[in-house]
Design a protein around this ligand. Structure first.
Ligand SMILES: Cc1cc2nc3c(=O)[nH]c(=O)nc-3n(C[C@H](O)[C@H](O)[C@H](O)COP(=O)(O)OP(=O)(O)OC[C@H]3O[C@@H](n4cnc5c(N)ncnc54)[C@H](O)[C@@H]3O)c2cc1C
Length: 412
């Protein structure tokens, strides 16, 4: 059996890896180097503890309130394409408590095995920088802390080995002197991990090559309908045929599907980040600044700071005011760190978002041999291994994929 995977981000690479392990002949196509888009521009957290879908009660109201602030962590740039308007309306419908809780259950279930799968990848010789320090969320608003503690409890019930504890002001003063007095408290979770995402995608790509996956890089893939209604892949004028096609092109997925007049409900959620040099008094384990929505990831050679969520189409340009909002949020959480006397350069990444906050993993209804794997929002690294395995199960028919209906491409 031959499968073509379109997109070599964390999701496409993971699909290719597990398909190959199932004996499938795999070709991966990408115009860019593997892992060079959102999959290396992210916080690198493997976080079963953050299995909450993005659409949450109050989320859209918050976005509207923040619309006038040019450096807010969440913003919507209104565009009047019918697809965008429909997406936002669908997202609004998913901001209810019932849908949020249903989404949380699906995402925590998908996350439940991910740490084991990352361990399996390492045992298979895939090398990447990873850390298992506890993650601490810092809250300035006590009511936000209490709401999040409820989410952590739900996750703890579903994920074996996962636990958490609350930190009050005294705990913070004792254990984290770099945290400022404006922080009311923290929640610390045990059982999450972090990694250097570029090392992870490089490791996956190397393992795929080692196992015999073919890469066609430097040219985009397009889908084409053949006269007999089958679908082929066109790369640089060459027509490639396959038994299965997996479209894992992140925010570009609809551009690929346009060739066969299909589309899925995916929009770009833009994020920014900075890589700072290590500093003596800097954080030593991952921190999340809850109100500012900023993730801090200490790595071997740098500290990565990232955040913001901007809806406004596929746009990879850097808006330095938006990106700078991440840096200006830091002084209200920390006493002295970081030293920004040397101005760091921002980077950007486009998260593939769906209206209900769940990924799309499954076949197109009218073309069951074309599978889609995208829409992982803030969890594309966390969920890359379970997604790859699910795609391999679906493509080879070895086992029925879990949560088929919740993850179906045509559910909107
Ligand atoms: C600031 C930020 C922080 C984040 N933090 C985390 C985190 O801590 N943990 C976590 O789990 N997730 C995090 N994420 C989300 C995560 O980065 C994404 O969900 C994930 O990278 C999506 O992977 P992907 O493979 O779907 O997309 P991408 O990495 O975008 O890959 C898509 C690929 O498709 C290719 N492509 C495009 N068009 C074509 C074409 N025509 N033919 C072939 N290929 C094509 C692109 O070149 C690209 O390589 C974060 C994201 C951001 C922006």
């Amino acid at each position: 059996m031959r499968t073509i995977v379109i997109g070599a981000g964390a999701i496409g690479l993971s699909a290719a890896y597990y398909l190959r392990k199932n004996g499938v002949e795999v070709t991966v196509v990408d115009p860019a180097p593997p892992g060079s888009k959102a999959s290396s521009h992210n916080a690198g957290w493997i976080v079963p503890s953050m299995s909450a879908p993005v659409p949450a009660p109050g989320m859209m109201l918050q976005a509207l309130r923040w619309m006038l602030r040019r450096d807010s962590p969440l913003y919507v740039t209104p565009t009047f394409s019918p697809q965008f308007v429909r997406f936002m309306a669908l997202m609004l419908r998913n901001c209810t408590t019932a849908r949020f809780e249903a989404g949380l259950h699906v995402l925590s279930d998908l996350s439940a095995e991910t740490l084991q799968l990352f361990d399996d990848l390492a045992a298979d010789g895939i090398r990447f920088e990873t850390h298992a320090d506890p993650l601490t969320m810092l809250f300035q608003e006590p009511q936000k802390l209490e709401a999040h503690a409820v989410e952590l409890e739900t996750v703890a019930e579903r994920i074996p080995g996962f636990s958490w504890r609350a930190l009050d002001r005294q705990d913070l003063a004792r254990e984290m002197p770099l945290v400022s007095g404006g922080v009311a408290g923290g929640l610390q979770s045990f059982g999450d991990r972090s990694l250097d995402p570029a090392s992870f995608t490089a490791g996956l790509a190397a393992a795929c090559t080692r196992d015999g996956v073919e890469f066609r890089l430097g040219r985009p893939a397009a889908l084409q309908q053949e006269p007999d209604s089958s679908v082929s892949v066109v790369v640089d004028g060459e027509v490639l045929h396959a038994d299965r096609i997996v479209v894992a092109a992140g925010v570009w997925t609809n551009r690929v599907l346009a060739g066969i007049h299909e589309k899925v409900a995916v929009q770009a959620g833009k994020g920014y980040g900075y890589d700072l040099p290590l500093q003596p008094d800097g954080p030593t384990h991952p921190l999340y600044l809850a109100e500012a929505k900023v993730a801090i990831t200490p790595l071997d050679t740098k500290v990565r700071i990232s955040g913001t969520m901007g809806f406004g189409g596929i746009d990879e340009r850097i808006n330095s005011v938006r990106a700078g909002g991440i840096l200006t949020s830091l002084p209200s959480y920390f006493t002295a760190w970081p030293d920004l006397s040397e101005k760091p350069q921002p980077w950007t990444g486009l998260r593939p978002m769906t209206p209900d906050g769940l990924p799309i993993i499954g076949p197109l209804r009218r073309r069951p041999h074309v599978l889609v794997a995208t829409g992982h929002a803030m969890l594309g690294i966390s969920l890359a291994p379970p997604t790859g395995r699910l795609i391999a199960e679906m493509a080879t028919g070895h086992a029925p994929g879990r949560h088929r209906a919740s993850l179906a491409a045509d559910r909107f």
